[in-house]
Design a protein around this ligand. Structure first.
Ligand code: CU
Ligand code: CU
Length: 660
């Protein structure tokens, strides 16, 4: 095996079209996919979840997924003790887990801090006092000056919501460009642009680091993609209406990244879009329109969508002036619990990402995160959820079992109010502020995307009502994804049941070699969603490999474009490397590989795109090639039948001669 050098300037691949080997012998490719676990499950009636005892028993109790399940069970111990489920069964499972843990030679992994701002459920006397206080708050009558209840669910009229007088133009705007536009802007009933001079004094500054990397997403799965601040999603940004905000965006990765800020009603791309590796840029803007917003990586062009698919996004909340949300007015206090909940999808292949077929759907960076760590509340607690569906493809119908909304605010704008409802329907980048009270019936309230494919892929969690829950008067659960140290990630990678890497090669079944026999003279590889499909193929010597670019956004250049190629990075000793031309949409290019061995290749403009060709003379015999899709049996059957015929005839002749 040798490594080939990458020459970005050279695109003229030399084609060595040698004569193809005669396809005399046929082979079978075998694709052995990991056998699916079908454990016998026991149900936890509190959360309607199944804990599979086979998965967490024996040696498997100390796997990543075994420990995740253990933690979920431990954190729900209080539910079970309250008689929600079969205590004997759970006690037996926990005793078994304790025994396995004690016997294990491996020390227990350091517990990963998932949500530093979440309070564990511990029953104390002060919590009871807190619960009584909360209950008193809930029963308080509406504060003076509360608006009348919304009528018929219609949005308030512009007249009702218009500001009484023009806003003052800030002093730092005095010498701004287009001052006449800004002056008109600040006098309007609607809210001004976010435009400020780039030397305006800053109220809140946020520093963000963008790079490529891996995170653990639960369920034994490691994800390799693109990160914000070393996590998916990135930091939760909370500002007040009117704040001048600065985003300082540092690209400490190896490829271009950037930033798109939905909370800004002005140009931000020219300041923080398309940031080269090792470069830092910044932008200032005034957050004027309250709401729940998405921010995401924006290198430019085709790469914007691909980096969002890769995992670079987060939530930004622009808080309206205090008391703007109606339930706050009615109850006369801030929420007891403010949950920042971001739904998002992760994909195993670029092809699936383009098609919108996620492998996992997550709340705040981890599958089943709040099943494993339920969020505690008390009877009557006022809950506000800042909900954002990042997507990037799937619709969310967020619902909480046992809850009807008091008020929801489309995209978080306090004037876009609707009373009641069982769900909010949010497309990618759509958001709501959702307000309700926890009923005085203790137990688990399951929150989920009611698009059930998403529920079962991980978008589900628990809000628990417990009168003795030890929670602060006003607390926040942020949308930040879990963050891992390098050492922790090494541990997770070594133990992962599965690694998914949409652009590279992981251990998902889609990354297993697709095997073609010599009966297949040409193997076609699509390039789609910044990935090769199939990513890994095994072919016989002399097979023609043809790549076709199925990405459509092929304007621009380099990382910003869906223009792709295939260039070897590692090839067999006697072989020649190849570098195909850059292919725009629907263009194809072919290479013929004669020398046996492993050819690893990448895309020159997107070096994180990885493919592999294994050239191998088949070792084998009778059967059918699963990937080739070509019936090979006949080629064997006819000679065999012929042989049988000859033997039978000879036997007949011999018998006859014997008879004679
Ligand atoms: Cu990026
Ligand atoms: Cu590419």
């Amino acid at each position: 095996m040798k490594t080939t050098r990458i020459k970005i300037s050279e695109y003229a691949g030399s084609l060595s079209r040698a004569k193809r080997l005669p396809s005399v012998f046929l082979t079978v490719g075998t694709l052995l996919l990991a056998a699916a676990m079908s454990p016998q499950a026991t149900a936890c009636t509190a959360c309607n979840l199944s804990f599979a005892d086979e998965v967490i028993s024996g040696d498997r109790a100390n796997t990543l997924i075994g420990r995740d399940l253990r933690r979920a069970m431990e954190n729900q111990r209080h539910l079970r003790l309250d008689g929600f489920t079969d205590q004997n069964l759970v006690a037996a499972q926990l005793a078994m887990l304790d025994a396995v843990q004690a016997d294990s030679e491996q020390p227990e992994q350091p517990r990963v801090m998932l949500a530093a701002n979440m309070t564990p459920a511990v029953s104390t006397a002060s919590a009871v006092t807190g619960a009584v206080r909360a209950a008193a708050n809930v029963s308080a009558t509406a504060v003076p000056g509360s608006p009348a209840a919304p009528q018929g669910g219609v949005f308030p009229t512009a007249e009702a919501s218009a500001p009484a007088k023009p806003r003052p133009l800030p002093d730092y705007m005095a010498n701004a460009d287009f001052i006449e536009v800004l002056e008109r802007d600040y006098a309007l009933a609607t809210r001004p642009y976010s435009t400020v001079p780039q030397d305006a004094p800053v109220d809140k500054r946020f520093h963000m680091k963008l790079n490529e990397g891996s995170v653990y997403i639960g369920n034994g799965v490691v994800y390799e993609g693109f990160l914000m601040d070393g996590k998916i999603p990135g930091q939760t940004i909370i500002v007040n209406e009117g704040d001048v905000v600065e985003f300082v965006v540092e690209n400490n990765g190896d490829i271009p990244h950037g930033m798109s800020i939905h909370a800004a009603y002005t140009q931000t791309s020219k300041y923080v879009g398309s940031i080269g590796a090792g470069t830092t840029k910044s932008v200032r803007f005034r957050a004027m329109t309250p709401g729940v917003y998405m921010y995401h990586c924006a290198p430019g062009g085709h790469a914007i969508g691909m980096h969002v698919i890769g995992g670079q996004y987060g939530m930004m909340v622009v808080r309206p002036k205090p008391g703007s949300y109606r339930l706050e007015q009615e109850l006369g206090h801030e929420p007891n619990l403010e949950l920042f909940l971001l739904q998002h999808e992760l994909y195993a292949t670029g092809k699936d990402a383009i098609a919108g077929k996620p492998d996992y759907v997550l709340f705040n960076g981890r599958t089943f995160r709040y099943i494993e760590e339920p969020i505690m509340t008390r009877p009557g607690d006022y809950v506000r959820i800042n909900f954002l569906n990042v997507g990037p493809n799937i619709l969310s119908t967020f619902h909480i079992v046992g809850i009807i909304w008091d008020y929801v605010y489309w995209q978080g704008h306090p004037e876009a109010i609707l009373p009641g409802g069982q769900t909010v329907t949010a497309g990618p980048s759509d958001s709501f502020v959702i307000e309700f009270r926890m009923p005085p019936d203790e137990g688990a309230y399951t929150m989920l995307s009611h698009a059930v494919g998403s529920t079962n892929r991980g978008a589900i969690g628990l809000l628990v009502v417990d009168a003795e829950a030890d929670v602060e008067a006003h607390r926040k659960v942020l949308a930040d994804g879990p963050q891992f140290s390098e050492m922790e990630m090494r541990g997770y990678k070594s133990e992962a049941t599965r690694v998914i890497a949409p652009f590279g090669i992981g251990t998902h079944p889609a990354d297993e070699p697709v095997v073609f026999g010599p009966e297949t003279s040409e193997v076609k590889i699509s390039i789609i969603g910044n990935s090769y499909h199939p990513k890994v193929v095994q072919v016989a010597p002399g097979t023609t490999i043809t790549w076709t670019n199925e990405d459509a956004f092929t304007y621009l250049a380099g990382e910003y474009s869906g223009v792709h190629n295939a260039q070897t990075t590692s090839i067999p000793d006697d072989a020649e490397g190849f570098m195909t031309p850059l292919l725009t949409h629907a263009e194809s290019h072919s290479e013929v590989l004669e020398i046996e061995g492993v050819y690893d290749y990448i895309c020159t403009p997107h070096p994180y795109m990885k493919g592999r060709i294994i050239v191998k003379q088949p070792e084998y015999s009778l059967g059918t090639g699963p990937a080739a899709g070509t019936a090979t049996l006949g080629v064997w059957v006819f000679p065999l039948l012929g042989l049988c015929l000859v033997v039978s005839t000879l036997a007949l002749v011999r018998n006859r001669n014997g008879d004679a």
